[in-house]
Design a protein around this ligand. Structure first.
Ligand code: FAD
Ligand code: NAP
Length: 598
């Protein structure tokens, strides 16, 4: 039943808006063969259409009823061309054959400034805009960085390039080199000079590299004839966006479709002193001075990775953990990654949260006093640090972009955007990709893949959809943790303990034997489904180069990797990854997994 009263008028208004603002509007159902036939017709004619998949929309049933009232047609597809009701599949094909469809398409064609406007020039937005332009479409990209409370801002490319993956991995590398220097003496390297780390040199070299990437992105947009505006985008009408540049100058642009890829920004704690005195990862990588003694607040990816490399370059680092390490990840692996950090100099204050931050001394760095409270009782503790890095999660940039003006729904609880499996929001010509998606993974390659495939579906008639399942990932803690598929906890929840076989082993990388360090800390495990030919449901590795190792096993899992296939695979010796070809101790057996030698 369509809603009654004001809700009814609003729904009617939205349906009219779909019909009036799209040259070809198809009310469809994703699995309906007649709908597919009609959509294929428009693709074959090279005509961009907008489809609202009623079976994937919360309002689908109400819209279908309302369309029945408006057109006398209850079935799908229900096709409108140039504001005129054409009908279902047969009538649309007939209109094509008798030429009336073409006449409708030619008359009073709605024209827009652009085929596609992409809001956000980060991993997802740039990938989508480049792919769209290479398919011959006219594209505008808006990208704008709102400076942090402490004033940090950066260039084109989004989080990954400027304040995420790239500087993080390079600083992780700086830390690994420190360890390699220590190991090198056992391999015969002799050096007399005192070895110390210089923050300014590292920061400048990394920032120079980032600058070259920012420049490269601008050039590649220009080469593809994509217009780029360094301006903040905010919807003012369903097909119109306001772009405000740094100087406050406003411009307005229209487009047939929009892709929103505005990403996320770090969350603050909302306690006295946090925005005034604390930094986030958005400030860290370009800091003008070495952070010194640092408190990291949070226990997920960003917190542990940053704490790891800061300690690795020789700083005094403490991590304040509210509850557990790496929520959502396999907890055995997370604990082992944390234990390794602890044995390599990182201090942990567990089950505490900060309640205030006060400045004791100004300076570069200055001195801050942090008061924290136990999560389990009334205990209050204090500590002094040069820098406090807050890494307690990130908020989607969706609340100040005019979504409410054009009816795009967000999940009010977390600000994220629900989309169907084609990254389409509830407003059919508005799509969303990347970190702002509700219930999807916040990773650069995921945003890129979704953006590329979306462009191909919209403009090349492709059908491939982004597969958000079994996405491999790596946490670049001092001992890297790579994984793909289910954590042991999740596998038990989904399949039952009795149906799983977990194979595990500790291992000692050959490179670590000569310096005699960290035996029985590297760890690998796979979680297999006994009911499905011991198919690998979860792959986990903790050790050097875990990212490099995990990538290939991720591909194998896409192909349905089983324990038998791993057994048949001949290892590459001497490597760390070969442990997966020889793993024979099951967790259920309680067998010894310690390693006596390599
Ligand atoms: P972003 O890359 O964040 O791009 C969004 C862009 O839109 C930004 O430039 C933003 O300023 C701009 N914008 C926002 N609002 C507007 C507006 N209204 N108008 C115009 N422009 C706007 N992922 C990995 O895969 N591997 C890693 O190792 C990794 N490390 C990370 C380390 C850190 C410290 C952080 C914070 C993240 C890390 N990530 C990592 C996650 C990765 O950076 C993100 O998943 C990825 O950048 C998301 O891409 P996106 O296109 O959704 O958004
Ligand atoms: P996150 O995964 O949302 O984790 C937030 C952390 O902060 C949790 O440990 C949480 O503890 C803690 N926390 C939240 N509120 C707190 C409070 N008030 N006081 C104290 N602690 C608090 O956030 P994130 O680390 O910023 O990562 C964001 C996303 O970026 C990730 O999901 C990831 O996909 C992406 N990323 C990827 C990589 C990579 O691929 N290597 C690296 C970095 C980031 P609780 O567990 O108690 O809630």
């Amino acid at each position: 039943m369509p809603p009654t009263g004001a809700g009814r008028e609003q729904l009617q208004g939205r349906i009219r808006e779909f019909i009036h603002s799209n040259l070809v509007m198809v009310f469809s159902k994703s699995t309906c063969p007649y709908c597919i036939r009609v959509k294929e017709l428009f693709v074959s004619l090279g005509i961009d259409y907008t489809a609202l998949e009623l079976d994937q929309s919360d309002e689908g049933a109400s819209i279908q009823e309302m369309l029945f009232e408006m057109t006398g047609q209850r079935t799908v597809p229900n096709v409108f061309v140039n504001k005129t009701h054409v009908g279902g599949s047969d009538k649309t094909l007939q209109a094509h054959q008798n030429g009336s469809l073409q006449k409708l398409l030619d008359g009073n064609k709605i024209t827009y400034d652009y085929d596609l406007i992409v809001v956000g020039g980060g991993s997802g937005g740039l990938a989508c805009s480049k792919e769209t332009a290479s398919l011959g479409k006219k594209v505008l990209v808006l990208d704008y960085v709102v400076p942090t409370p402490l004033g940090a801002a950066w260039g084109l490319g989004g989080t990954c390039v400027n304040v995420g993956c790239i500087p993080k991995k390079l600083m992780h590398q700086a830390a690994l080199l420190g360890q390699s220097l220590k190991d090198s003496r056992k391999f015969g390297w002799e050096y007399d000079e005192q070895v110390k780390h210089n923050w300014d040199t590292m920061r400048d070299e990394i920032q120079n590299y980032i600058g070259s990437l920012n420049w490269g992105y601008r050039v590649s947009l220009r080469d593809k004839n994509i217009r780029y505006e360094n301006a903040y985008g905010e919807f003012v009408e369903p097909h119109k966006i306001k772009a405000t540049n740094k100087k406050g100058k406003e411009a307005f642009y229209t487009a047939e479709r929009f892709v929103v890829a505005t990403g996320e920004r770090p969350r603050y704690l909302g306690i006295p002193g946090d925005k005034e005195y604390c930094i986030t990862s958005d400030d860290l990588f370009s800091m003008s001075w070495c952070p010194g003694k640092t408190l990291v607040v949070g226990a997920s990816y960003v917190a542990l990775e940053c704490a790891g490399f800061l300690a690795g370059i020789g700083l005094d680092v403490t991590v304040m953990v509210r509850s557990i390490f790496l929520r959502g990840f396999d907890q055995e692996m997370a604990e082992r990654a944390g234990t390794y950090m602890e044995s390599h100099g990182v201090k942990f204050i567990k089950k505490f949260v900060p309640v205030s931050v006060e400045r004791l001394e100004e300076g570069t760095p200055g001195k801050l006093k942090v008061v924290a409270k136990s999560t389990e009782g009334d205990q209050i503790i204090e500590g002094e640090y040069n820098t406090v890095l807050i890494a307690v999660g990130r908020d989607a940039c969706t609340r100040n972009i005019g979504f409410e003006k054009i009816g795009v729904k967000i999940n009010e609880r977390n600000g994220k955007v629900p989309v169907n499996d084609e990254e389409q929001t509830n407003v059919p010509h508005i799509y969303a990709i990347g970190d702002i998606l509700d219930g999807k993974l916040e990773l650069t390659p995921v945003a890129i893949q979704a953006g590329r495939l979306l462009a191909r579906r919209l403009y090349a008639g492709a059908t491939g959809k982004c597969d958000y399942v079994n996405v491999p990932t790596t946490v670049f803690t001092p001992m890297e943790y790579g994984c793909c598929g289910l954590s042991e906890e999740r596998a038990i929840e989904l399949h039952g303990l009795e149906n799983l076989e977990v194979y595990h082993t500790l291992y000692w990388p050959l490179e670590w034997t000569v310096p005699s360090r960290d035996n029985n800390t590297c760890f690998a495990k796979i979680i297999c489904n006994k009911l499905d030919n011991e198919r690998v449901l979860g792959f986990h590795i903790l050790g050097p180069n875990a990212g490099e190792i995990t990538q290939g096993f991720g591909a194998a899992m896409k192909c349905g990797l089983t324990k038998a296939v791993l057994n048949e695979t001949i290892g590459i010796h001497p490597t760390c990854a070969e442990v997966f070809t020889t793993m024979d101790v099951t967790k259920s057996s309680g067998g010894d997994i310690t390693q006596k030698g390599c």
